[in-house]
Design a protein around this ligand. Structure first.
Ligand SMILES: *[C@@H]1O[C@H](CO)[C@@H](O)[C@H](O)[C@H]1NC(C)=O
Ligand SMILES: *[C@@H]1O[C@H](CO)[C@@H](O)[C@H](O)[C@H]1NC(C)=O
Length: 546
C-alpha cells in the first residue's frame, strides 16, 4: 500500500510492492533491429500528455520487480511507467547465475551497446499517445543504475532527468562533463556499497553537469529490493522520496521559489552562559494546542544570530517545531560585522571547541528547560560556521540531541574526539564548496564513531547556498536540502500531528542506527494556522543546569 502525504512537498511513501502489477507487454526493436519486450503501465486517468519514466532493470532482467516499479510510477505518481528490456525477448527473466554474469558483463563492457538499448526504450516511450515526449526520465536499479550513469556520462540529452539507485560507479571516462544544462542526474548510493573514493571520482567526472549525489550510511548494495538481504526500508523510502521530488521538479510540476518568510515571528529570550556571558536568543513557537513539541536549536553562521536564523526558526515553528535561533557570540555582539570581525569571531570559536560546545550546550539546555519541549526530541542544525558547530557538538558524545544537520558547514578540519556519535548526522553541501572538505575523510571519521549519517551534495552549488541574500543562493538546492531536513526530522522526531497520523497507519520508524523499523511518515505537515498563541514569557524562567 502506498499513500500520499501533502506538506512540504507531495510525497508518496511506499514501503511495500504494489498489491497488483498493472502492465501490458510491448514489443519493440533497437537501432540494430534486436527484438525487445518492455512493460508499460499507464495511470487510470490517462488521455493527457503525461510525463513518462523508463525503468532500466537490474542484472536479472525485466521481471516482476521492474514491473512493480512501473506500476508504482502510474498508480502513485501519475506517470507512464515503462520497464525497459536490455537483454532481449529471449532473456527476460534470467535466473542462472552464470548467464547473469555473462549478460551484465557484456553490457557493462560495451557502453555503446548499452546506451543504444536504453535509447530504444526512450524513443519508444516518446511515441506512446499518453506521453509528453518532452518529459521523459530514465531510472535504473543496480546494473540498470550503471546504465543510467553511462547514459549521463555519454552526454545523452534526449531525456530531462536520470536517477540511479545503487548503480555501479567504476567505469568512468577520462573527460569531465561541462554541460550545466545536461539532464539532471540523481545518484542514490549505499555508504557500504560504493567506496567513497569512487563517489568522489564520479563527482569529478560529472564535473559541472547537473547532478545530486546522496549517500546513506551502513547501506549495502540492493537496498531498494524488497526481500533481498540488503533491503533497507528507511533508505528505500528516502531514496524513493528523493526521486519523487527530483522528477516532479524535472517535469516542471514543482517550481521552487525562495521560501523566505515575509517576517520573523519570534520572541526574544535572555539567559546566561555558565561563564557569565549574556546571551540573547530568539524563540519561535508553533501555533497549535499541543502541550509538548519536538524542538530544534539553530546555530548561526559567522555573523552571529540575526534575521536569517530568526526566519529559519519561524519556518520550523510553522511546521510544528519549537525552534531557537541561538546566540553564539553574546547579546552585545549582534550587529553588522565587518569581514575581519566575522573572521575574528569565527576563528575564536573554531579554535576553541570547548568554548564552542559549552555555548551550544547552554542553548540546548535552555530549550530543554521549556515545559513545552519534549526533552527526548531535540535536534541541532547549523549554517556555515554553525555547521562546524553541529559537528563539534555531535562529536562530543552528547546524547542530548537526536538529529544533527549541517548546511554548507565548514568541515575541512574534523573534530578529534573518538567517542561514538549519538545523533543521526545529515550533511547538505554544495558540490563546489571547498568548506565541505574531503568527503572520504568525513565518511571514514563518521564510520569510525559508529554514526548514522546521510550526505547529499548538489552540483554547481557554492558555500552559503541557503542564504537568501548571498550571491551563492540556489533556490533548488535550498528547497531540496530543506526538504531533506524536514523529512528527516519528521521521521525521527515527528510533531504531534505526525504521531497521530503514524498511529492511524499503525506504523512507526526511525532512521537511527539502532535499526528500528519506521513509519512511512517522512513527509512533514502543513503549516499551522498563524496568529493566536504567542511564545509567552515562560522562556528564560525555568532553566536546567543553572
Ligand atoms: C559494441 O556494440 C556495438 C553495437 O552493437 C557494436 O557495433 C560494437 O562492435 C560493440 N563493440 C565491441 C567492442 O564489441
Ligand atoms: C581525501 O582523503 C582520502 C583518505 O584520507 C585520501 O586518500 C585522498 O587522497 C584525499 N583526497 C584529497 C583530494 O585530498
Amino acid at each position: 500500500m502506498c499513500f500520499i502525504l501533502l506538506g512540504i512537498s507531495a510525497l508518496s511513501a511506499c514501503t511495500e510492492p504494489p498489491e497488483e502489477i498493472k502492465v501490458t507487454a510491448v514489443e519493440y526493436t533497437d537501432a540494430e533491429d534486436f527484438l525487445l519486450q518492455g512493460f508499460k503501465s499507464v495511470p487510470d486517468s490517462s488521455g493527457k500528455s503525461l510525463p513518462a519514466v523508463v525503468i532500466i532493470p537490474d542484472w536479472n532482467g525485466v521481471n516482476t520487480y521492474e514491473q512493480q516499479r512501473a506500476t508504482m510510477m502510474a498508480d502513485d505518481l501519475g506517470y507512464v511507467g515503462f520497464a525497459a528490456d536490455i537483454y532481449g525477448i529471449n532473456d527476460q527473466v534470467v535466473e542462472d547465475f552464470n548467464r547473469k554474469v555473462e549478460l551484465a558483463t557484456l553490457y557493462r563492457s560495451n557502453v555503446t551497446l548499452y546506451v543504444q538499448r536504453i535509447k530504444a526504450a526512450v524513443e519508444l516511450v516518446k511515441t506512446f499517445s499518453e506521453v509528453d515526449p518532452d518529459r521523459v526520465a530514465v531510472i535504473g536499479y543496480c546494473f540498470g543504475g550503471t546504465g543510467v550513469i553511462d547514459y549521463s556520462l555519454t552526454g545523452q540529452d534526449d531525456v530531462v532527468a536520470l536517477v540511479s539507485f545503487h548503480g555501479g560507479l567504476t567505469m568512468l571516462p577520462d573527460e569531465s562533463l561541462t554541460d550545466e544544462n545536461s539532464p539532471k542526474l540523481l545518484v542514490l548510493s549505499g555508504g557500504d556499497d560504493d567506496a567513497s573514493s569512487d563517489v568522489i571520482d564520479l563527482e569529478n567526472t560529472l564535473g559541472s553537469a547537473n547532478w545530486d549525489i546522496t549517500r546513506y550510511s551502513g547501506i549495502r548494495h540492493t537496498f531498494t529490493v524488497w526481500g533481498s538481504a540488503d533491503y533497507d526500508k528507511v533508505a528505500e523510502e528516502r531514496s524513493w522520496h528523493s526521486m519523487t521530488t527530483f522528477l516532479s521538479e524535472a517535469f516542471g510540476l514543482t517550481s521552487y521559489s525562495g521560501n523566505q518568510p515575509s517576517v520573523a515571528n519570534v520572541e526574544t529570550v535572555n539567559y546566561e552562559d555558565i561563564d557569565g556571558t549574556d546571551l540573547q536568543s530568539y524563540l519561535a513557537m508553533p501555533d497549535d494546542a499541543f502541550p509538548i513539541h519536538p524542538a530544534v536549536v539553530i546555530l548561526p553562521n559567522w555573523d552571529n544570530v540575526n534575521e536569517y536564523e530568526k526566519e529559519r526558526a519561524t519556518m520550523l515553528a510553522e511546521h510544528g517545531y519549537i525552534a531557537l535561533a541561538a546566540d553564539l557570540y553574546g547579546a552585545d555582539l549582534q550587529r553588522e560585522f565587518t569581514v575581519s570581525e566575522k573572521a575574528q569571531y569565527a576563528t575564536k570559536y573554531r579554535s576553541d571547541p570547548e568554548l564552542y560546545i559549552q555555548r551550544i550546550q547552554r542553548s540546548i539546555d535552555f530549550v530543554l528547560s521549556l515545559p513545552e519541549v519534549d526533552p527526548d526530541n531535540v535536534a541541532l542544525i547549523g549554517y556555515c560556521l554553525g555547521g562546524t558547530g553541529v559537528f563539534e557538538y555531535a562529536y562530543s558524545g552528547s546524547a542530548d540531541v537526536k538529529v544533527a544537520v549541517s548546511f554548507h558547514g565548514g568541515h575541512q578540519d574534523l573534530p578529534r574526539p573518538s567517542v561514538p556519535i549519538v545523533p543521526h548526522v545529515l550533511v547538505l553541501s554544495g558540490g563546489i564548496d571547498d568548506a565541505h572538505g574531503n568527503q572520504t575523510k568525513m565518511e571514514e571519521s563518521l564510520n569510525e564513531r559508529d554514526a548514522s549519517w546521510e550526505i547529499t551534495r548538489y552540483s554547481n552549488v557554492n558555500h552559503g547556498y541557503t542564504s537568501w541574500s548571498n550571491p551563492a543562493y540556489n533556490v533548488v538546492a535550498d528547497a531540496r536540502s530543506w526538504d531533506s531536513m524536514m523529512t528527516t526530522l519528521s521521521s525521527i522526531m515527528p510533531v504531534p500531528e505526525d504521531e497521530e497520523k503514524v498511529g492511524q497507519k499503525g506504523k512507526k520508524k526511525s532512521i537511527g542506527k539502532d535499526g528500528k523499523k519506521g513509519s512511512n511518515d517522512v513527509g512533514g505537515k502543513k503549516p499551522g494556522k498563524k496568529g493566536g498563541k504567542k511564545p509567552g514569557k515562560k522562556g528564560g524562567k525555568k532553566r536546567r543546569n543553572l
